[in-house]
Write a protein that binds this ligand. Structure first.
Ligand code: NAD
Length: 293
């Protein structure tokens, strides 16, 4: 494959929509798909792009998935009428969703037997950095395939890290989100204790940001989405819960007990039971407000 030109992209949600805009901006020809026909029409119209079809799928250099989870990724690619059956040999499938590492490894092997290449390339940075084209992209799979796909990844991200073999990008992503969620919960609890002591939570965020307790949550979420009451980061409570379950599954499979992490993951899972699919993950601040009362 020479430099990729024609890209299929499946999953036009909170992340997929701005990511396709970044690809369109640097001139890639896009072929789009989403289960939501209205969303597909809107993004197609905005980007002046085609819908993905079994015919044009044969002409793709790269097919990207940006979907909720491994079940959906596997069905979309390998289920009845799945897109993998329409791709030409050597097409690179890049799963940019936050999927399950062991299943990604298997998916990579299955795609390889169909003469397709596979990378897992989940992202970090949220909607804001998807819009800016400055995502962190964590790549698992063959380094030479990643190198061929660099122009595609560069259009969407700034820090593009090769992590290791297939599945390792998804493992690193789940572990990153475990650290991020644990930090978010610690920040939320500190803000509620500060408030009960009579410290303005806004001031407490300034304290964290000027001190050693600062984090991505205190810098980019606390005032913007929690204290403002907008709860609109664009990353749902349920998707974060999925990531934490993946991290827990990984630690269980590797016999490393998460001593502190177990309780953080359990709290998150309990709170997520009361969430709808559109509840933002920053609503953890509101949901933990009345603890102990
Ligand atoms: P989303 O729910 O906003 O979008 C998912 C999209 O997939 C929707 O448009 C939906 O219609 C489509 N879809 C679902 N099933 C489908 C199917 N069978 N065929 C075709 N399309 C289908 O999710 P999102 O927030 O964009 O997240 C996508 C992935 O990226 C998830 O794995 C998530 O964990 C990960 N992620 C999200 C963020 C974030 O800030 N939102 C950040 C990093 C990673």
């Amino acid at each position: 494959m020479t430099q990729p030109q024609r890209i299929g992209f499946i999953g036009l949600g909170m992340m997929g929509t701005p990511m396709t805009a970044c690809l369109a901006k640097v001139g890639f020809q896009l072929f789009l798909a989403d289960a939501d026909a209205g969303r597909l029409r809107d993004v197609q119209a905005t980007l002046d792009a085609s819908a993905l079809t079994p015919e044009n799928a044969q002409t793709l250099d790269v097919l990207i998935t940006m979907l909720p989870n491994s079940n959906i990724v596997e069905t979309v690619l390998l289920g009845e009428g799945g897109w993998a059956g329409s791709l030409a040999p050597q097409t690179v499938v890049i799963d940019m969703s936050s999927s399950e590492p062991a299943r990604s490894r298997e998916l990579g092997q299955k795609l390889n037997t169909l003469n397709l290449a596979y990378l897992d390339a989940p992202v970090s940075g949220g909607v804001k950095r998807a819009v800016d084209g400055s995502l962190a992209i964590l790549v698992g799979g063959d380094a030479a395939v990643m190198q061929r796909c660099r122009p595609v990844l560069d259009a969407m991200g700034k820090n593009i890290l090769h992590i290791g073999d297939a599945g390792s990008g998804h493992a690193a992503k789940a572990l990153n989100n475990f650290v991020s969620a644990a930090g978010l919960m610690a920040t939320v609890e500190a803000l509620h204790v500060a408030k009960r002591f009579g410290i303005d939570p806004d001031v407490m965020v300034d304290v964290l940001n000027a001190s050693s307790g600062g984090s991505n949550t205190s810098l980019n979420k606390a005032k913007q989405f929690m204290l403002s009451g907008t709860f609109g980061s664009g990353f749902s409570m349920q998707l974060m819960n999925k990531d934490l379950k993946i991290a827990k599954g990984l630690s269980d499979a590797l016999d490393y007990p998460l001593i502190f992490g177990q309780s953080a993951i359990k709290v998150w899972n309990d709170v997520a039971q009361g969430a709808t699919p559109t509840t933002d993950h920053t609503e953890m601040y509101r949901m933990l407000a009345n603890e102990g009362e």
